[in-house]
Design a binder for this molecule. Structure first.
Ligand SMILES: [Zn+2]
Length: 89
């Protein structure tokens, strides 16, 4: 299990996607914080174009959770647990 957020980071003209190696204006990085995302990019360990990050998220078992301001911790935990149970059936 890996919990992360998706960060969209503007890149310079030279940058190319780490997977397909096509030039892209933005790097998409899954990380816990923006600092971690930038560090992963700097180290060359992450950074995908919009098409490759779409493939990764849809094909590699990621789920998307939107936490709203009013959501309390127990509701988030309950919903996540229910989702995990349902998606294993
Ligand atoms: Zn790509």
């Amino acid at each position: 299990m890996y919990i992360s957020k998706l960060f969209k980071i503007p890149m310079d003209d030279e940058w190319k996607c780490n997977y397909c190696h096509w030039p892209a204006d933005f790097a998409y990085v899954l990380a816990r914080t923006e600092d971690e995302a930038r560090q992963l990019l700097e180290d060359g360990d992450a950074g995908l174009c919009e098409e490759c990050i779409g493939d990764l998220i849809s094909e590699e078992g990621y789920i998307i959770i939107k936490i709203n301001d009013g959501d309390d911790i127990s509701t988030i935990a309950k919903e996540l647990l229910q989702f995990a149970i349902q998606s294993r059936k």
